[in-house]
Design a protein around this ligand. Structure first.
Ligand SMILES: Nc1ncnc2c1ncn2[C@@H]1O[C@H](COP(=O)(O)OP(=O)(O)O)[C@@H](O)[C@H]1O
Ligand SMILES: [Mg+2]
Length: 372
């Protein structure tokens, strides 16, 4: 059959097909494109007329065993999903997509391919899940921390008593007990910090003040070997935050960036800008806008891929002496502020992005007596 008179047995679908915002193709038994919706035309950068009759995988390269997927969908009369694959059309760089393959109900030889580029909503959904997992893990850890600290005090005290009658060689062992218990107590105290984290006392805060405090403190200590550059939008309005907790967030992110560079003089860029594109829809309210954006960017080796999906969870660390609590704390503070944090990391460039709301114009309700 020549492409010109290649016809789908399905009449050109109507308004639903045309309105479907997901690039969708109908593929015939011979693997040729029988229909493509307008979203598909845009995605493939070609008109339906050009695409009709073309072998689908000449026009669309999907990094997955698609022949097998089509065969299986046809054989089982059932849709199947392929997540997180690179899809390329023409000269465009690959786009990460979720792909669905759905055989037509009445004629499974015809198969629909739906391509959803993985968008923000998708990434948000995953981060939300991570957050709730972290919450329950932290709850349990707090309880454990509390229970373990008491017996540890006993162990350490007993070791100190014992050490009094010992020879110097034996005392090394009791010293080890004391030293190691101290280390555990320190870790447990960090865990308890989560539970004791008071609710933020929020007020209008200049983001750059918080960033500057964090930068100064970092540069006097753990980030002395780093070059820290500022790239601020000075016109940003204040955010609505607890200034100390906000500084904690930036300090932790700068600390991780400095530690990632492992002694080498790396560069940390602190960037702030206004970005209206992030809207979060919350369960119990209207969509929240988080236009104030702060990025902490480093040129270190990047997040180890094997832990990349879990770095915001407590106790996940890629470093020898890490506790894995820094980012869990950051994520808790940000969520207490109804903000958002995300990360993009490749070797040579890691970006932690914090998104925060603008302070309400009037500030908090004022006590009445001020007006008299
Ligand atoms: N800027 C960064 N570059 C590379 N890896 C990072 C960066 N920030 C965080 N990580 C990785 O995420 C892990 C978790 O960080 P964190 O929760 O602060 O715990 P910790 O610093 O105690 O290990 C780190 O151990 C590190 O492997
Ligand atoms: Mg850390």
């Amino acid at each position: 059959m020549s492409p010109a008179n290649y016809r789908s047995p399905y009449p050109v679908p109507g308004v639903v097909w045309a309105s479907l915002p997901i690039p969708t193709l109908l593929v015939g038994p011979d693997g040729r494109i029988a229909e493509v919706n307008p979203a598909g035309e845009t995605f493939m950068n070609a008109s339906a007329r050009m695409l009709h009759g073309q072998p689908v995988f000449d026009r669309l390269s999907i990094d997955a065993p698609m022949d097998e997927a089509l065969a299986r969908a046809r054989a089982n009369h059932a849709a199947l999903f392929i997540n997180d694959v690179d899809v390329t059309t023409g000269e465009r760089p690959p786009v990460q997509c979720n792909v669905q393959v759905a055989p037509m109900h009445d004629n499974p030889d015809y198969v629909m391919i739906l391509i959803s580029p993985r968008d923000l909503a998708d990434r948000l959904g995953r981060a939300m899940q991570i957050k709730s997992a972290a919450k329950s893990a932290i709850g349990m850890a707090e309880m454990l921390a509390h229970e373990i600290k008491n017996p540890l005090a006993g162990i350490s005290g007993a070791a100190q008593l014992l050490s009094m009658g010992l020879t110097p060689e034996d005392r090394e062992l009791t010293d080890l007990i004391v030293e190691e218990t101290r280390r555990i107590v320190k870790l447990l105290e960090q865990v308890e910090q989560f539970g004791n984290l008071r609710p933020p006392e929020r007020r209008a805060v200049n983001i750059h003040d918080a960033l500057d405090r964090a930068r100064k403190s970092a540069q006097m200590g753990f980030a002395a070997h780093m070059l820290i550059v500022e790239d601020y939008d000075p016109s940003l309005p204040p955010t609505w935050a607890d200034p100390d907790q906000l500084m904690q967030v930036f300090l932790n992110l700068i600390k991780n960036a400095a530690e990632a560079s492992a002694g080498r003089q790396g560069t940390i860029r602190l960037r702030s800008f206004y970005d209206l594109s992030l809207r979060l829809r919350r369960k119990d309210g209207p969509a929240a806008q988080l236009p104030l954006t702060i990025e902490i960017i480093d040129d270190g080796p990047g997040i180890p891929p094997e832990i990349a999906a879990e770095i915001f969870e407590p106790f996940v660390s890629g470093r020898e002496n890490g506790t894995g609590l820094g980012l869990a704390l950051v994520s808790k503070i940000i969520s207490d502020h109804e903000g958002w944090i995300s990360v993009d990391s490749v070797p040579g460039r890691t970006v932690f992005r914090v998104s925060l709301p603008v302070a309400p114009r009037e500030g908090p309700p004022k006590p009445k007596k001020e007006r008299t």
